[in-house]
Design a binder for this molecule. Structure first.
Ligand code: KIV
Length: 285
């Protein structure tokens, strides 16, 4: 491990220092290396993997084995950032034992530094048990994609007073259970501000406005690689999919026309092939 590796304590102290925290997703070595070189503080191996890489309609079908397969690749690439493994649906809800065992696999097998779980008060006992077992835990409340159908779909949460109060209480409960930070997804900015001001651990927002202690996006959204839909809260800093399309089409055209590979992209022999092959019948001499 390199000495400039960020610790979870340092992530928490960024809130006190008033420095914004950056978090992005990665699922393979190429993306993870780019994010780490860019000094992104936290790299999340998100279960968004299921949608942006594996082609599922939601995050629900994602398995532990799929998550670990990708988390291991990210773990191999990262030197500086805190790596968080996202626990997939039903890998932590069935029992405390399973939750600890599965969370432990992210740390032991994939070199993750922490895990993330979705849910409020109902998972606080599990969070407490995982933290007691030595596993740093990030919470995730608001729009929780694994249970989006129970929430009425992919909708902004906490718009009215009662659900907003419930989310405030959930954040407090997660802090008490020992979570080191909480993702706030798709909630009004003033509710995110109230949560952020009422707890001592950092909030990391996605569609939760400017007042959070940090921000997270799915990297495929940020660079314009996931074209199926673009939520309103996503800012596309690049549009890579059309650029890739152009490059791939150029390759196809050049292969078909014989323009690729040219001499610059081919190797030459020291001697003459004529010494090895009979020119007339093309047989090896
Ligand atoms: O899976 C994921 O990418 C996430 C982020 C949207 C926070 O949970």
């Amino acid at each position: 491990m390199k000495s400039d590796k960020i610790t979870i304590a340092e992530i928490v102290s960024l809130k006190k220092a008033g420095e914004k925290i950056t978090m992005l997703t990665a699922y393979d070595i190429g993306f993870a290396a780019v994010l780490d070189r860019a000094d992104i503080d936290i790299i999340l191996v998100g279960d968004s993997l299921g949608m942006v890489v594996l082609g599922y309609d939601s995050t629900v079908p994602v398995t532990m084995e799929e998550m670990l397969h990708h988390a291991k690749a990210v773990g191999r690439a990262v030197n500086r950032a805190v790596v968080v493994g996202d626990m997939p649906f039903l890998s932590y809800q069935t029992s405390t034992y399973e939750a600890i065992a599965n969370a432990g696999r992210f740390l032991k097998e994939a070199r993750c530094d922490a895990v993330k779980v979705e849910g409020g008060k109902e998972i606080c006992d599990t969070v407490e048990a995982m933290v007691r077992a030595g596993i740093p835990v990030m919470g995730h409340i608001g729009l929780t994609p694994q249970t989006a159908s129970q929430l009425g779909g992919y909708k902004v949460q906490g718009k009215d007073a009662e659900p907003a109060r419930k989310l405030l209480k959930a954040a407090k409960a997660l802090e008490k259970a020992g979570a080191f930070s909480i993702v706030l997804e798709c909630i009004p900015d003033t509710l995110a501000q109230a949560i952020t001001e009422s707890i001592s651990i950092p909030t990391i927002g996605i569609g939760a406005g400017i007042y959070c202690d940090g921000q997270v996006l799915v990297t495929h959204d940020l660079v314009g690689l996931f074209e199926k839909f673009v939520p309103r809260f996503v800012k596309q800093y690049a549009k890579l999919a059309p650029q890739m399309q152009k490059a791939v089409t150029a390759f196809r055209d050049e292969v078909k026309s014989g323009a690729f590979p040219d001499k610059d992209h081919s190797y030459t022999m020291q001697g003459d092939i004529g010494g090895l092959l009979d020119k007339k019948n093309k047989k090896i001499k």
